[in-house]
Design a protein around this ligand. Structure first.
Ligand code: NAD
Length: 391
């Protein structure tokens, strides 16, 4: 076996913990460097990955200046993705970058351009493309069972919205643009993938009507996201961000470039949590009942009541976080870097989901007018769809 490839982490805590799984010296991957503005993240990492010896810094540039580091996982907050991603590619590192790719279309396009210019690999952490429920729906749609797909809807109930997105940086447009990116980028990407096209025009409507009425923390207290089922009902909770200017209810309608149409509805103050997709074709309809763990995919191919689908696919619980997708996406990234293996994710698709979210927010904030998504040059699309091989 060749000597292990060396990994650096930018953002070691929070979602960064998921990247610890990449430390696998037996199979050629070793975490050797990390940066996080919170030094406690290092201690936590060392406790949980005792076989690793990590060179730790509070400055991400130290990871990039480390000549031994081949590959960088970036799990810093959304508003750092463009800065950290571009710097890592320019430093000659292959990059795993968390979704959303960036918080502006320009930021995404700069990342694509830098990856093309440097020839370093760019992989965006859209782990929903590795969810068993999504993969099963894609397999069924691709089999032709529901005919030619025409329309797709997603209702996204986020019971933990008030725990996760209205207590820290996520609540401010200047850091997140809006929750059609942080949360919606996943769903828009899934809809693009399963429907086989990208949004070309979007119309949005949304509002902030619940968390703006809750008690805020003082601006001197740092923000923190803490998930607790007891934090219910929303209007009786406290400790919210001093500034909240993102919507807690988002709705967009999308015209895709292949003639199909989609609709995405996202609410952050529901008691329950689920992404409920349905795709309707010329011969039937498919819907997920539950999106992870034990869940079912229902398919209707004959006229009849909703309660009696014509086929039910039962999915068993798989191990690993986010419905078992997290270990799979790490492996897919490492196989892509090591062997050039094809991935389920695509930087072009990641950019197009951000672009749809950005334009959806622009629409809802400007009288619900329709907004066209700027297209990418064909040579950029070809480069990424061809596996990122620099000629
Ligand atoms: N794919 C998924 O399922 C999934 C799930 C959760 C979060 N995310 C994404 O992961 C990213 C991180 O989310 P999070 O909730 O863990 O955020 P977070 O605010 O908890 O930050 C993550 C880590 O980055 C560190 N950090 C912040 N600024 C930094 C900087 N300038 N340099 C180095 N480290 C820095 C923080 O101290 C923390 O340890 C976000 O982009 C988020 O959208 C993805």
């Amino acid at each position: 076996m060749n000597s292990p490839k060396k990994i650096g982490l930018i953002g070691v805590g929070g979602r960064g913990r998921h990247c610890w799984k990449a430390h696998d010296p037996q199979n050629g991957w070793e975490i050797i460097a990390g940066a996080d503005i919170n030094p406690a993240a290092q201690n936590y990492f060392m406790e949980h990955v005792p076989s690793a010896k990590m060179d730790f810094s509070e400055d991400y540039q130290d990871v990039l200046n480390n000549k031994d580091v081949d590959v960088v996982f970036i799990s810093s907050p959304d508003y750092f993705h463009e800065l950290h991603g571009v710097a890592a590619l320019e430093a000659g590192k292959d990059v795993y970058l968390e979704k959303p790719m960036a918080i502006t279309i320009e930021g995404c396009d700069r990342l694509l351009k830098t990856a093309m210019n440097t020839g370093k690999k760019l992989f965006i952490g859209h782990n929903m493309r590795y969810f068993p429920s999504i993969l099963k729906m894609k397999e069924i749609i691709d089999s032709g069972m529901i005919g030619e797909i025409q329309s797709g809807w997603c209702r996204h109930f986020i019971g933990y919205g008030g725990d996760a997105y209205f207590r820290n940086w996520n609540s401010e447009q200047r850091y997140s643009t809006g929750l059609l990116l942080q949360k919606g980028a996943h769903d828009i990407d899934v809809m693009h993938w399963l429907m086989g096209g990208y949004t070309k025009t979007v119309v949005g409507m949304g509002m902030l009507s619940v968390y703006n009425r809750c008690k805020r923390r003082s601006p001197d207290t740092p923000g923190s996201a803490v998930w607790k089922n007891e934090q219910w009902p929303p209007l009786e909770q406290e400790g919210f961000s001093p500034i909240i200017d993102v919507e807690d209810h988002n709705m967009i309608m999308m015209q895709l470039d292949n003639g199909t149409q989609a609709c995405y509805l996202q609410c952050h103050y529901t008691p329950d949590s689920e992404r409920n997709y349905t795709f309707i074709g010329t011969k039937g309809r498919i819907e997920n009942i539950g999106d992870s763990r034990e869940c079912e995919i229902h398919v209707w191919t004959q006229r009849g009541p909703r309660k009696t689908p014509d086929a039910i696919f039962k999915l068993k619980e798989t191990s690993g976080s986010h419905g078992g997708s997290d270990p799979l996406i790490i492996k897919s990234f490492l196989d892509f870097i090591q062997y050039g293996k094809k991935t389920n994710v695509s930087p072009v698709a990641a950019r197009n989901s951000v672009a749809t979210g950005v334009m959806g927010h622009q629409s809802m904030r400007n009288g619900c007018d329709h907004r066209d998504i700027p297209t990418l040059p064909q040579n950029v699309i070809d480069y990424f769809e061809g596996g990122q091989i620099k000629k």
